[in-house]
Design a protein around this ligand. Structure first.
Ligand code: ZN
Length: 216
């Protein structure tokens, strides 16, 4: 009972514990197919505990569908093998102003309730002489979204990945999102959204940061 109280408090306050997604050391010992088979088995048990009759044609395939959706779609970003390959190019044009990729849509899942987080990310960077393909920024956002997440952690993970890829600290990331665990349960607020940001390097300058905010 004490553990349940702690679980409720963690979820309701949306607390995360670290920048790295907490993973078991044996997280990828099983193949995707082995995971899908195991999760199907457990999800069937959950549905049966809820009282559902799994011999019904409409329900019988649900444990498999959920398991496949978890492993291949919603949580595929847990596995490093699915990380987007990022090619770095030299900045041939000597463009040395801010580059902004805004309104990058993503879906994620709240790790406290396994309900959707639906939002947009806005990214800015100032090239150190290296650039990446524009669509890679979308792919990085989507990759980190496909995990059980806490929005603050997702923001930091995208920021750190971009800093490494672009070889600069001059990066800013803004994430704004609706959390279905806030809008469809608990406090049931249909219109609130959560905004997080992380920045480094030249974006520490208020003027440069404001230039970015004006353009997104
Ligand atoms: Zn939640």
């Amino acid at each position: 009972m004490k553990n349940h109280k702690k679980a409720d408090a963690f979820g309701d306050n949306h607390i995360g514990t670290s920048v790295e997604t907490p993973l078991r050391s044996n997280a990828f010992d099983k193949t995707d197919d082995e995971k899908i088979e195991a999760i199907s088995f457990h999800y069937q048990k959950i549905m049966e505990e809820l009282g559902l009759d799994l011999t019904d044609d409409s329900l019988s395939g649900t444990p498999y569908r959920v398991a496949k959706m978890y492993v291949k779609e919603l949580f595929s970003g847990l596995d490093p093998k699915n990380k987007p390959k990022i090619s770095i190019f030299d900045n041939k044009y000597d463009y040395n102003k801010m580059l902004i990729e805004s309104d990058i849509t993503f879906n994620s899942s709240c790790e406290h309730h396994f309900l959707p987080i639906i939002g947009k990310a806005h990214i800015g960077y100032i090239s150190s002489g290296k650039v990446i393909g524009l669509s890679k920024m979308n792919r990085i956002v989507q990759y980190f979204g496909r995990r059980p997440q806490v929005q603050e952690r997702m923001t930091m993970q995208i920021f750190n990945e971009l800093k490494t890829a672009l070889q600069t600290d001059d990066v800013i990331v803004v994430v704004e999102a609706e959390h279905l665990c806030v809008s469809t349960r608990g406090v049931n607020d249909k219109s609130s959204k959560t905004t997080t940001l992380e920045f480094g390097g030249q974006f520490g300058d208020t003027q440069i940061r404001n230039d970015f905010f004006k353009m997104i």
